[in-house]
Design a protein around this ligand. Structure first.
Ligand code: ATP
Ligand code: ATP
Ligand code: CA
Length: 218
């Protein structure tokens, strides 16, 4: 069965989510207060409507209650984003994802019951910064304020070595949770297996420890 989504706010971020969900064959209700934006999505989303999401009656009329997952991607108007989120939580929407503009906005959204708060500019900035430090750092995912997971290509210093020899856990306090080799992913990597060129390690640890690991080995 197709899942039903609504995207409120069709700027660059919301628009991109809407396009991708639609391309994946999902039912998407696209909402924006701007007529031009809505016209742009007429042929992309299942339904595209002009509406002000801060108006509870309008949202009810649109049948928002029957939507499984609503994405609030209102940009600069933080007040509208917060008010929309409050209305959606009051209506008991199953899942609400909201884009935050800054840390205060994020705090409030969490308090008022958003299920998922995303901060794409900040998070993408972090990822790119780590990739700039080393092109071997392929991805970076924040787990909490001070713990992360990184995906790194085996660096020159690691080639041909085993994890026992590198002793990543003792030396850097990080854990290698998986190794990707060719198309295989080994989720219980053995400590005496020699690392090969193009191997990709998935490493978990505190930001401080990961940072040392990145500086010395990647
Ligand atoms: P991005 O950084 O993702 O591009 P943005 O900077 O484009 O976001 P905005 O343009 O501020 O963000 O807002 C995104 C969209 O949200 C706009 O198209 C705007 O018309 C719409 N929007 C703002 N307020 C409301 C509202 N109350 N109801 C519906 N849509 C709204
Ligand atoms: P994002 O969507 O990533 O938040 P943004 O919408 O905040 O980006 P802008 O505010 O337009 O992007 O620009 C980002 C920063 O670049 C601003 O702090 C602005 O002061 C600065 N900036 C803009 N033009 C120049 C310039 N010519 N020289 C130096 N700084 C500039
Ligand atoms: Ca923006």
């Amino acid at each position: 069965m197709k899942r039903e989504f609504a995207v409120i706010g069709l700027g660059r971020f919301g628009g991109s989510i809407c396009r991708e969900l639609s391309a994946e064959g999902m039912e998407v209700l696209a909402i924006d207060s701007d007529e031009d934006k809505v016209n742009e999505f007429k042929n992309i989303a299942s339904h595209a409507v002009i509406a002000d999401s801060t108006d509870e009656a309008t949202l009810k009329e649109l049948g928002i209650k029957n939507i499984d997952h609503v994405i609030v991607a209102i940009g600069d108007n933080i007040q509208a984003s917060i008010l929309t989120t409050v209305i959606l939580t009051d209506l008991g929407i199953g899942k609400i994802t909201v884009k935050a503009q800054n840390d205060y906005h994020e705090k409030i959204l969490n308090k008022i019951g958003a299920d998922q708060v995303v901060h794409p500019e900040r998070d993408m900035g972090k990822r790119i910064a780590h990739n700039i430090i080393s092109s071997n750092i392929l991805d970076y995912l924040e787990l909490s304020d001070d713990h992360s997971i990184v995906e790194v290509k085996v660096g020159k210093k690691m080639l041909g070595k085993t994890m026992i020899e590198l002793d990543i856990r003792a030396n850097y306090g990080c854990n290698v949770v998986a190794i990707k080799r060719d198309k295989e992913i080994n989720v219980s990597p053995s400590a005496d297996d020699k690392l090969r060129e193009n191997d990709i390690l998935i490493v978990i640890g505190s930001d401080k420890d990961i940072s040392r690991f990145e500086k010395h080995l990647v």
